[in-house]
Every structure is written in structure tokens, then in C-alpha cells.
Design a protein around this ligand. Structure first.
Ligand code: MSP
Length: 539
């Protein structure tokens, strides 16, 4: 539980349904899921929300081009792609919100009315550049000059496409009034935007001055009607940001289930976002909450982009790689592991099949996979598949238990600050230490000494120590690789001896000697099998 007593509440951005997911979207969702699984194993009450962003011109135009209604389009994309990808990625979300759901729409309308009644909304004229790809009103300084086929035009730097000019009478939110309160908030809470470079960017942006924000559109009708002016629909970002609060009951009276859900969940502890949508989350969203007198989120963390050819991977630029393409080749656990392990969270990273293959082979197949198969095979061969009881511990065994203690502390510290490279790396260092231990203790040589009672006892201790280390590794890597670690947990007899892996607590993981001698150990199929010779076509 967080200091306020509410659940540990984590969100992903809600994804546009104009297209199917690519691995950039999967990256955010896997990171959020891994954080949530870690905190569940810390024994915290966790709430994990993801979902889809379905209104606005981008989705409308995509549906029109396909000749279907935007609702039918959104329904199809959610059913065929956005929900199934969660199962593909082993995501354990608690809720999935769609912005076309009634529970969202009524709460958005109520929120808007509240803000208008409090004087934060007024009518005005808007004229300026708009990027439909970003669904964002742009400032002239944000744009870049076009070249080639776009010569003479102003382009959105993210989409490399010309912006459009919007000129409408709209409803405005008095965002400018919140510049000072936001600066004061970020001064008092310097980690509310992370990493630190993102904090600096947001503070500099606010200091440069905030303009009021147009929060409605009148030239199309695919959106939530403004409650007092049905000729306008709510601007898609104003609608979308509210999902984090509407999904947990925003504005419901305390006696209703939604009201008590809100009291037990809000504020969010972590909003994970890509760096392209940082300002929406760290400027507009907290200002909206301030206007409504609601508590602000604990942290907005902006991660980097997955790059292809040095540019943000995107479907619109035809560089999107689908999660299935990568998972069919490497498996879901390696997918989850690789992106968090290889890219410092908060920085950009390039995806390449070669790098992923190298790390898969070194760290997963040869590192952890080989350790698990060696240990389980030896218990099978030398002990008839029954975990032996350890004899007296030697220094080498005790040293491993000490290394485990350090690994748990380092991993927890890493995960707490969303430093996955360190969180996962601390566990990897322990795996390396266990592999070295097995190599040095040479249990196969002890086994060759036949019935020599000293050698038998030492063999039992070494095999027990190795399996006990695997028990801890399974719990520590369960957040990032739940499927493979569940299999390893069963293989070493821990399911039989200790119950479900998800119920193991991180606070207890370093207590040595939990695996009960006598449980059945089975070798089973390789956790990280040898890769197919060929990379997928087009890779
Ligand atoms: N609908 C908005 C978010 C609204 S949240 C209230 C949106 N959707 S999106 O589908 O375009 O992007 C969702 C997330 O995916 C963003 O965090 C974005 O940064 C992330 N990514 C999209 N492409 C990405 C990469 N190539 N790499 C990493 N993340 C990327 O924005």
C-alpha cells in the first residue's frame, strides 16, 4: 500500500485504435505489467489499468477510409488486436477501459460540468496548426519546414506530415492559470516527473508560459458531446486523460461502488508514458486535476522510443513490427525480458534481431536455461528425481546465500526506481554466481565417487543449494518472465512444496532453506530452447 493507504495504482497510456499494436506499444504495457507483478510480490494491493483511446479525428478518418462507422471500427480493433495482444504478452491487468464506454462518457461529462461551474471553462476562438497524428494543437515553434513533396509546408516533427489549420469557436480550459501552481508542485515533488531530464523539460516548458487550451471541437462529431453544448465534442486528449480517473469511479458519490473504489485507488502512483506524450500528462492532466481539487498522481515516468533506422518505430511510417513476429521467434518471456533488460528505461533504444539473438543466447539459453536444465537433470540422474536433504553447509554454499541477500536488495532498489536494467541485472548477477558455483563444485565428479558417504553428502548439499537458489531466482524473475518462471518453479518441485509462485513474498525470498527435501524434481522441456536457424522474413 502507498503512504496514503490507497492501492498501488499503475496505468499505461490508452492506445489509439487507428491501427494494431506494434512492439513500441507492447513495450509500455510490458513495463507496467512487470512493475505491477513486482509490487504484488512485495505484498502490496495493486491496481493495473490499461485500455484504448477511441475518439478523435485520427480514428474517425481511419474508419471512414475503411468504409465503416468509427464505433464498428473501434469494436473490431479492440476485439481482434488490442485485447488479444494482452494475452499474447502475459499481461495481468485488473481493468481495461475503452473511452466509448458509458461509464467513461458520463463521468467525463460530469467532470466538465463541474469545471465549467467553477469558472475554469469559457468560450473563445481558436485558430492555429493541428496535427491529426498527434491529435495536438501545435505551436509554430514546434513545427519543421517541409522539403521535397512537402516543400513550402510546415510539418509535424513526429509524423513528418503537414499540419492542418483549425479555425473554430471552441470551449477553452484556463490552463494558463495553473502555471504557477504546477511549478510549485514540481519544486516540492521533484520526482513527480521522471527521469530527471523529463522533469527539466516539463519545468522549462511551463516556465516558457502556458496558453489556455481548446478542449472541444465542432467540425466533426466522433467524441463525447459537451454537456451544455451538443454542437461540440470534447477534445480527444481531454477525454482520454480522464480515463485514469473515470475507470476507478471519478465523481461517484461515496456510497456508490464507484465512490468507494475511487477513495481506495486514487491518486495513481505511476502513469507510464512515452516521451512523446509527456506534456499532456505532466502539464495538462495535473492542471485538470488541480482545477477539480483532486490529488495529483505520484509520478509520470516518460520512457524512450524503440527506434528503427534511428527513427521512432511507427505504423504510419511502415516501420512497425508486430509483437507476434518477435514472440513467434523468441517466445513471450524473452520478449518481456529483452526490452527491459537491454534499454535503460527512459532512454531510446534500437531494436535489432542480432542484438536480441545475442542476449537471448548468452543470458537466457546459456545462462538461466542451462543452469535450470543442469540442476534438474542431475537431481534426476543422481537422486532419482527426489530433492535430497542438504548436509552441513560449506563456505561456498553460505557465500551463495549471502549473494542472494544482496541480489534481493539491489533488485528491489532497481525496480523501485523503475531501473529495470538494474532490477533484472541484480538477479542476473546472482544467476552467474550460481552457475560458477556449480562449475566449481563439480557435482558430476562427486557423483563419480559412488557410495563414498562424504561425497554423497556433499553431492546432496550442492544439488540442494543449486535448487534452492533456483527457487529464489524463480520468484525474483517472476515479474518479468511469469510463464518461464512458473515452469521452472514446478520443475524444481516448489509448486508441490511451497504452493503457487505468485503467493511468494519478496521479503521472504532470501530466507535460506525453504524448498522441502523430498519434493519431485523434473527436467521437462528447455525453458529457452535453441532458436530457429532463420530470422523471420523481412527481419
Ligand atoms: N492515445 C494516446 C495516449 C492517451 S493516454 C491518455 C496515444 N496513443 S498511441 O497509441 O499513439 O501511443 C501510446 C503509447 O505508445 C505512447 O506512450 C507512445 O509513446 C507509445 N509508443 C508508440 N510508439 C512507440 C515506440 N516506437 N517506442 C516506444 N513507445 C512507443 O498516444
Amino acid at each position: 500500500m502507498t503512504p496514503t493507504g490507497t492501492a498501488f495504482y499503475v496505468t499505461t497510456p490508452i492506445y489509439y485504435v487507428n491501427d494494431a499494436p506494434h512492439i513500441g506499444h507492447a513495450y509500455t504495457t510490458v513495463a507496467a505489467d512487470t512493475i505491477c507483478r513486482w509490487h504484488r510480490q512485495r505484498g502490496e494491493r495493486v491496481w493495473f489499468l490499461t485500455g484504448t483511446d477511441e475518439h478523435g479525428e485520427k480514428v474517425l478518418r481511419t474508419a471512414q477510409a475503411a468504409g465503416v462507422s468509427p464505433q464498428a471500427w473501434a469494436d473490431r480493433l479492440v476485439a481482434e488486436h488490442w485485447k488479444p495482444v494482452l494475452a499474447t504478452l502475459d499481461i495481468a491487468n485488473d481493468d481495461f477501459i475503452r473511452t466509448t464506454e458509458r461509464r467513461h462518457e458520463v463521468r467525463v461529462q460530469r467532470f466538465l460540468t463541474q469545471l465549467k461551474d467553477a469558472g475554469h471553462i469559457y468560450s473563445g476562438d481558436y485558430e492555429g496548426p493541428y496535427c491529426v497524428g498527434c491529435e495536438e494543437f501545435k505551436l509554430p515553434g514546434d513545427l519543421v519546414a517541409g522539403t521535397g513533396e512537402h516543400a513550402g509546408l510546415q510539418l509535424c516533427p513526429v509524423h513528418s506530415r503537414p499540419v492542418e489549420t483549425v479555425a473554430e469557436t471552441n470551449w477553452f480550459f484556463r490552463l494558463s492559470a495553473f502555471a504557477e501552481p504546477l511549478l510549485a508542485h514540481y519544486e516540492a515533488h521533484p520526482t513527480a516527473v521522471a527521469p530527471h531530464s523529463a522533469h527539466n523539460e516539463v519545468v522549462a516548458f511551463i516556465r516558457s508560459g502556458l496558453q489556455d487550451l481548446s478542449i472541444s471541437r465542432s467540425s466533426f462529431d466522433w467524441g463525447i458531446p459537451v454537456p451544455w453544448d451538443p454542437s461540440q465534442v470534447v477534445y480527444v486528449w481531454f477525454d482520454a486523460l480522464l480515463n485514469y480517473a473515470t475507470a476507478v469511479g471519478l465523481g461517484d458519490s461515496p456510497e456508490l461502488p464507484g465512490g468507494s473504489k475511487f477513495a481506495g485507488t486514487w491518486p495513481a502512483d505511476i502513469h507510464l508514458v512515452g516521451k512523446d506524450i509527456l506534456r499532456f500528462h505532466a502539464v495538462i492532466w495535473p492542471a485538470m486535476l488541480m482545477a477539480a481539487g483532486l490529488p495529483l498522481p505520484g509520478q509520470v515516468f516518460a520512457h524512450g522510443w524503440l527506434l528503427v533506422g534511428g527513427e521512432k518505430m511507427s505504423k504510419s511510417k511502415l516501420t512497425g513490427i508486430s509483437p507476434d513476429q518477435v514472440i513467434d521467434h523468441f517466445g513471450v518471456d524473452a520478449f518481456r525480458y529483452y526490452f527491459l533488460r537491454a534499454i535503460q528505461f527512459g532512454q531510446d533504444g534500437s531494436f535489432s534481431w542480432e542484438d536480441m539473438t545475442a542476449r537471448y543466447t548468452a543470458e537466457l539459453a546459456n545462462g538461466l536455461g542451462n543452469l535450470a536444465s543442469r540442476a534438474t537433470a542431475m537431481v534426476g540422474k543422481y537422486c532419482g528425481g527426489v530433492l535430497p536433504a542438504p548436509g552441513a553447509y560449506a563456505n561456498a554454499d553460505l557465500a551463495l546465500a549471502d549473494e542472494l541477500l544482496a541480489a534481493v536488495q539491489d533488485a528491489d532498489a532497481g525496480y523501485q526506481r523503475l531501473d529495470f536494467v538494474e532490477g533484472i541485472g541484480a538477479v542476473k548477477r546472482f544467476i552467474d554466481a550460481v552457475n560458477l558455483y556449480v562449475t566449481e563444485q563439480e557435482p558430476w565428479a562427486l557423483a563419480k565417487r559412488g557410495d563414498d558417504p562424504v561425497a554423497r553428502e556433499r553431492l546432496a548439499t550442492v544439488l540442494y543449494t543449486t535448487c534452492e537458489a533456483l527457487r529464489a531466482i524463480a520468484v525474483l524473475h517472476n515479474a518479468v518472465m511469469p510463464r518461464a518462471m512458473g515452469r521452472m518453479w514446478s520443475a524444481i518441485g516448489a509448486q508441490e512444496g511451497l504452493g503457487p509462485i505468485g503467493e511468494q513474498r519478496l521479503a521472504d525470498v532470501s530466507a535460506w532453506g525453504q524448498l522441502p527435501p523430498g519434493v519431485t524434481v523434473t527436467k521437462g522441456a528447455a525453458l529457452f530452447p535453441r532458436l530457429p536457424e532463420e530470422a523471420p522474413a523481412g527481419a
